[in-house]
Design a protein around this ligand. Structure first.
Ligand SMILES: [Zn+2]
Length: 386
């Protein structure tokens, strides 16, 4: 009598699962190989003349005297460094791995470079993204430790702690020194904070062209708005946020339109890196250790980190030619506020009876100019009784 041995259903299922997992892993390997091949192809194509948007030149800033660049600030700024139709791309508030990665991929596809002002807390939560920014040859600055919007009202100690912990955290996440470049959250700068940055040899960057991506959710509208603003000014430091999905979606369209419109991207770079203070090392290391432990505990690492950390001065050959490097070393300046008026139109400075200058609110200013019309009911319509 023939003996039929049928494996129990549990084992049958297991073998089926093993086959399925083997098949899936094969597909994954093929996909990874294709992505690597595509990436290699992309980098190769960036070295061919005229590929993508590219980079037109490099501006290398020596931040020893704490310069202030960009137009949106009431304090004395450095002279305009960009020529007509030249732009600098900047991304704030990140990293947020899935958005930052998409933005980095788009920048790679267009063979162009940007500057990222990362928030310390975010950098310690997504250290791989920070490393990825540097590995792909972009510039990394900071945007405080936790992005407070009211820094102007902070005590100087609290404000400097925000600035310094931000630098310490981003450098720790990057695993290497970063650029001495800083941007105030909400562009909320002040005299004592600018003085501190000057003493530390940190360059401050404000903005010329605001994309308003914090408020515009539609990628098409965002691209239209940004390009209209840029057209009006003709050049400038452009502000985006690498935590907004709309920005990641609109970026290919914006970069395509920059190329079509004859705009040139200038890559900002620092002459030497900043040495962070050691005061916050323990706190930041403890926070980074928590993130790493969480990842080891099974949470998927969304942005894998390949290979070595980027060199401090990435390759300056794009579009098949060595890029021109403009070196800037502005002298120290006294940062004077342009106007003491707080809010144009609603506040003015007057001298009181003791000869002191005080702010006076212009109350009922508009009402005096244009008196409100009293509501008059319309005349009754004639009634006909026949
Ligand atoms: Zn911000």
């Amino acid at each position: 009598m023939p003996l039929h041995i049928t494996p129990p259903p549990r084992f049958q299922q297991a073998s089926l699962l093993t086959k399925l997992s083997l098949f899936l892993s094969c597909i994954c390997l093929i996909l990874v190989a294709t992505v690597d091949h595509a990436r290699a192809k992309k980098t190769a194509s960036c070295n061919t003349p005229g590929a993508g948007l590219g980079v037109s030149r490099i501006i290398e800033v020596d931040a020893s005297n704490g310069p202030l660049y960009g137009s949106i600030s009431k304090y004395t700024k450095e002279d305009e460094v960009l020529g007509p139709k030249e732009v600098i791309l900047t991304f704030d508030d990140g990293p947020l791995s899935w958005i930052t990665k998409s933005i980095l991929d788009t920048l790679d596809a267009f063979c162009t470079k940007a500057t990222f002002f990362s928030v310390g807390k975010m950098a310690l939560a997504y250290p791989d993204s920070v490393k990825d920014v540097l590995r792909r040859g972009h510039t990394l600055g900071t945007h405080t430790w936790s992005h407070p919007l009211n820094m102007r009202r902070y005590s100087i100690d609290k404000a400097t702690a925000q600035i310094e912990r931000g630098f310490s955290a981003v450098a720790l996440a990057a695993g290497q020194p970063i650029a001495p470049f800083f941007r105030f959250p909400g562009l909320s700068d002040s005299d004592p904070m600018l003085k501190h940055l000057q003493e530390r040899g940190i360059a401050t960057f404000t903005v010329d062209v605001v994309s308003n991506d914090s408020y515009i959710g539609s990628p098409t509208r965002l691209a239209n708005y940004t390009m209209a603003k840029l057209k009006k000014r003709g050049r400038g430091i452009m502000l985006f946020h690498d935590i907004k999905a709309a920005t990641a979606k609109a970026l290919p369209n914006i970069l395509r339109r920059l190329k079509k419109g004859g705009y040139k991207v200038v890559h900002l770079r620092s002459e030497k890196p900043l040495v962070p203070v050691t005061k916050f090392d323990e706190k930041n290391k403890a926070r980074l250790a928590k993130t790493l432990a969480r990842k080891k505990g099974g949470k998927k690492n969304l942005v894998p980190f390949y290979g070595a950390v980027a060199p401090s001065k990435p390759d300056a050959i794009i579009n098949g030619k060595a890029l021109e490097i403009t070196k800037l070393n502005p002298p120290p300046r006294e940062r004077k506020k342009k106007s003491k008026r707080l809010h144009k139109g609603t506040t003015r400075i007057v001298t009181d009876e003791h000869g002191r200058k005080v702010y006076q609110k212009r109350r009922k200013y508009r009402r005096l100019r244009k008196p409100r019309r009293r509501y008059r009911p319309p005349p009754p319509s004639p009634t006909f009784w026949f």
